[in-house]
Design a protein around this ligand. Sequence first.
Ligand SMILES: C[S@@+](CC[C@H](N)C(=O)[O-])C[C@H]1O[C@@H](n2cnc3c(N)ncnc32)[C@H](O)[C@@H]1O
Length: 216
Amino acid sequence: MPYSPQFGDHFYCQTDGRLECGHVFLAGNGLPEGWKTKQNFAIGELGFGTALNFCETWRQWKELRNADSHLHFTSFELYPMDRASIDRALSHWPELDAERAVLTELWPDNPQGKVELQLDAQTTLTVVCGPALENVGCHETTFDAWFLDGFAPSRNPDMWSPELMSAVFEKTGDDGSFATYAAAGFVRRNLQAAGYVVERRPGFAGKREMLCGKKG
Ligand SMILES: C[S@@+](CC[C@H](N)C(=O)[O-])C[C@H]1O[C@@H](n2cnc3c(N)ncnc32)[C@H](O)[C@@H]1O
């Protein structure tokens, strides 16, 4: 179970991070159903970490996508992990063996700047390395869905600040949405102040609440 001593937190829940991704980030954004409504779908993520969310999303996307549709997954990450660490973390899930093999084959030795990877004909991954606040605001496109996956708000407040939540809102398409495992009051208020209509839902694996919401 990958753990960050710097932030004093795990990279995902200790029950099953892959299933948590489906419950929180995909279902919280109305996915995979929402993929049927758009030919080109863009997901933004705060915190690429071990690539677990990306690989689980890509796995489901491959099963359910329409011919000619395209997914662009863009993640903002301050401390990109090296290939061996990503490989080690993802090897916990045999369900993701195929995705892990392709990703670690293409992952650069020294990830920095913008890492752009064409994973298959219908899937592009961009990892923007650096502080999210610096990079989200100047990103050139908007996103249909956001996965807000910083470390725990109490330990990683930069990833949940009013400034960053506003930048995320600005980079959300008109029908766009967000989802997060976090339920802290200050996170909810920052998302509401940014402009989102915020909904509280039951969290994953007995967690009382998670948050999701829409732009309008
Ligand atoms: C909970 S982990 C993300 C887990 C990831 N989504 C996965 O699937 O493994 C949080 C991530 O946020 C990153 N992070 C923390 N502060 C950041 C910041 N200010 N800007 C960008 N990334 C940051 C950490 O390095 C860490 O990888």
